[in-house]
Design a protein. Structure first.
Length: 195
């Protein structure tokens, strides 16, 4: 009787070797750790800064270099106690859109719109959910509520429709961490009421 053990072992070893050589190496993907709340807020502050949110949402005073953000009112929107300068309806009818001196109010064919309070106060976005915030930015919905009117100029919400969820989460975290400023921004003035 022939000894078949050695050829079987060689055949088995060859099979194992060939299988190991022909199989694709397993790719190990390291999981990215969730950013800490501090990192999220820091990223949100960075995004709010480079996106120019303060340009319209922060009241300003005139300084030697022009408009300067009033630190204690940062991101609080058009001040509710401020008198709106007179808007010439005839200028708007001629095709112009206008901004007030610190860019927190705008007038145009849509009427007069006021920059929203973005601080963590309930008169701002303090009681908004992250989903409300996402809907306002990506769908242009007033207060982020479904079925509400579209945000008015000069809010450039249409520029944010492709913003990724991580960026929205970071901006939301930053805004929720801001000092609350109580400021009920005036309601929109309809075009027919602009005098």
């Amino acid at each position: 009787m022939k000894n078949t053990t050695l050829p079987c072992l060689i055949l088995s070893a060859t099979f194992v070797f060939l299988t190991a050589c022909s199989s694709k190496p397993k790719t190990v993907i390291a999981e990215t750790p969730e950013p800490s709340n501090e990192q999220l807020i820091e990223k949100g502050e960075y995004l709010v800064t480079i996106m120019g949110c303060n340009d319209c949402h922060s009241p300003k005073k005139m300084g030697p270099q022009g408009p300067e953000i009033i630190p204690e009112l940062m991101l609080s929107g058009y001040p509710s106690d401020r008198q709106l300068p007179k808007v010439q309806a005839s200028t708007i009818k001629q095709g112009w859109a206008l901004l007030n001196e610190d860019m927190t109010a705008a007038a145009g064919p849509w009427g007069v719109s006021f920059a929203a309070n973005l601080t963590s106060d309930p008169t701002g976005i303090g009681n908004w959910t992250e989903e409300n915030f996402r809907r306002a930015l990506k769908e242009g919905k007033f207060k982020g509520l479904p079925g509400t009117r579209t945000l008015l100029p000069p809010m450039p919400w249409f520029n944010y429709v492709t913003m990724n969820d991580d960026d929205i989460k970071a901006i939301y975290a930053y805004l929720q961490s801001t000092k609350p400023v109580r400021n009920v921004v005036p309601a929109v003035i309809a075009p027919e009421d602009v005098r």
